[in-house]
Design a protein around this ligand. Structure first.
Ligand code: SF4
Ligand code: SF4
Length: 527
């Protein structure tokens, strides 16, 4: 095409941001049960291109996690192109850019906190090596996906369901003829398979909203100052081949400085390679076309980091020392008995080191049993997944959590292996169980037990009911060797409040010390 009008570069950037955000949303929605046992898409792709998570999980595991190999390409591209990831790819960055008109900054561009992200990065890397996994609390993907998974998406579904249920129940026929197809379409496309409920929904929402509200302080506050992934990319981008060549001898105009969302342009209009995220807005507003981006051959002095040695040493020191405090808690020898990890979860230390708190496993869990932990696994376990039997259960024929975990914290299991994997063990509280405590017949737990031979069996007993009348009924008991701890008996127990059958982590396959003493029998032994 000759003579045609050239599309400005920043339009390409916006287009790319929109494309990446749509792709992110698509993968997010597809992280769900859709009737198939296998998830057809690489729904965890975005976590696997994240070099911060790759580095911290690999340091914690003391081995390079091959699942995270794509993250190396991000670093490679950053070395060539600079910190393009933040301006063109990152969905949280796109969200901040898209919403900045709603949260306009009120503060000035003073860059006081700019180095904080480097200290955080140093802390996270060192702490990961010494056994304190914390990258998932500050990683942008984790913050975004967790906030959406635990809070926004369930609320979105509840809102839609409430609205369409209301119109269905109370609206006239002509209205329903319009709303029902809309609901069917939404259900088919963007609404989840089922309504989910999560612990810590409000906390994860609060963290996400805080990141967005920090835009009030300055534009892309999180990216400029806090994001440790941004820091890692910034360190790489310092050596990038592509660089912005700032205006010189351009008089009083400061348009580029004004428009730069990252505060990457200094008074002399030099562009910092570490901070520039290649949004290209400066090119668009420069009246004299003095700014350009090129694979400049000549070497150019890099702006010094200006890190405070004391702050850096403190960050590294905290990363070295803090993990040792974790080992001195009673939790180290006596873990929470109700901390039940998903099937395929690695041994606890390695599991926590690899888990990036993304929430993918919780989102995909059919039974809604996987919930974020609060302090059950210590402060270092916050937001990692655990099975909470009273909320939901681990579906016997499902292996989805292992398929979506981006770091292999939950191993991908074949269905047969999963069905043999014990994540815990159920126990009856005979003071609450109806056939024991009240002489009332109940076989709900046994009916739902999914194991082929039924881990819950009955013995016949003659007991007195509450009126003192003798009744003959079936009392349930557990066959230890058959129970896999899926928790469905706890979920379905009809008692209000706490269930009369509870699952604990005792007997879990991943812990050799957790063997339950048995007589080796498979039936009732009396007593
Ligand atoms: S700094 Fe962090 S949150 Fe901001 S765009 Fe870059 S990676 Fe995303
Ligand atoms: S265990 Fe769950 S929360 Fe942790 S990394 Fe894997 S999918 Fe994400």
């Amino acid at each position: 095409m000759t003579g045609g009008k050239k599309i400005p570069h920043f339009y390409w950037r916006r287009l790319c941001q929109i494309f990446c955000f749509v792709l992110f949303s698509f993968l997010f929605i597809k992280t769900d049960y859709s009737g198939a046992d296998e998830i057809a898409y690489a729904v965890n792709l975005l976590f696997r291109i994240d070099p911060l998570l790759a580095a911290t999980a690999s340091l914690a595991a003391r081995t390079f996690i091959t699942l995270m190999l794509p993250a190396l390409f991000t670093l490679l591209f950053t070395f060539v192109l600079g910190r393009f990831f933040c301006g063109w790819v990152c969905p949280l960055g796109a969200l901040l850019d898209g919403g900045h008109r709603l949260v306009p900054p009120v503060g000035g561009k003073d860059g006081v906190y700019r180095n904080t992200k480097y200290y955080l990065l140093a802390f996270l890397l060192v702490a990961a090596w010494f056994g304190l996994p914390a990258a998932g609390y500050l990683d942008p993907f984790s913050i975004l996906v967790r906030g959406l998974t635990l809070a926004v998406y369930p609320a979105f579904n509840a809102l839609n369901t409430t609205f369409f249920t209301f119109t269905y129940q109370h609206g006239p026929d002509w209205l329903n003829s319009m709303t029902e197809p809309v609901y069917a379409f939404l259900k088919y496309t963007i609404l989840p398979f089922d309504q989910k409920y999560y612990d810590l929904a409000l906390l994860s929402l609060f963290i996400l909203i805080s990141v967005i509200l920090l835009e009030r302080v300055e534009r892309r506050f999180f990216c400029r100052n806090l994001c440790p992934l941004g820091a890692m990319l910034a360190v790489t981008a310092r050596f990038s081949l592509l660089r912005g060549i700032g205006g010189s001898k351009c008089g009083k105009c400061r348009n580029c400085r004004e428009v730069c969302r990252m505060g990457a342009i200094d008074e002399e209009r030099k562009i910092s390679r570490s901070d520039c995220n290649l949004c290209l807005d400066c090119v668009a507003v420069c009246p004299g076309r003095k700014i350009s981006f090129a694979f400049a051959g000549r070497s150019e002095a890099r702006t010094p980091f200006n890190l405070s040695r004391r702050a850096l040493v403190s960050a590294i020191g905290a990363g070295v020392i803090l993990p040792f405090f974790l080992k001195g808690r009673s939790m180290a020898v006596n873990p929470d008995p109700f901390l039940i990890r998903p099937p395929g979860a690695l041994p606890e230390d390695e599991f926590l080191g690899r888990c990036v708190r993304c929430g993918e496993c919780m989102k995909v869990c059919i039974g809604n049993g996987l919930q974020p932990t609060f302090f059950e696994a210590g402060i270092e376990g916050l937001f990692s997944p655990k099975l909470r039997g009273r909320t939901g259960y681990c579906e016997f024929n499902c292996t989805l959590c292992g398929q979506v975990c981006p770091t292999g914290a939950i191993r991908k299991l074949a269905l047969q292996e999963k069905q043999r994997t014990r994540i815990g063990h159920a126990w009856f509280d005979k003071n609450r169980c109806l056939p024991y405590a009240s002489g009332i017949p109940c076989i709900v737990c046994e009916e739902h037990c999914p194991t082929p031979e039924k881990a819950i069996k009955f013995r016949e007993a003659v007991v007195l009911d509450d009126n003192g009348t003798e009744v003959v009924l079936k009392q349930p008991y557990l066959v230890d060797s058959l129970c896999i701890g899926c928790g469905i008996c706890e979920t379905k127990c009809p008692l209000p409040g706490a269930s009369a059958v509870r699952v604990t982590s005792a007997g879990e396959s991943r812990d050799p010390d957790s063997i339950i003493p048995t007589t080796g029998g498979t039936g009732y032994l009396g007593g």
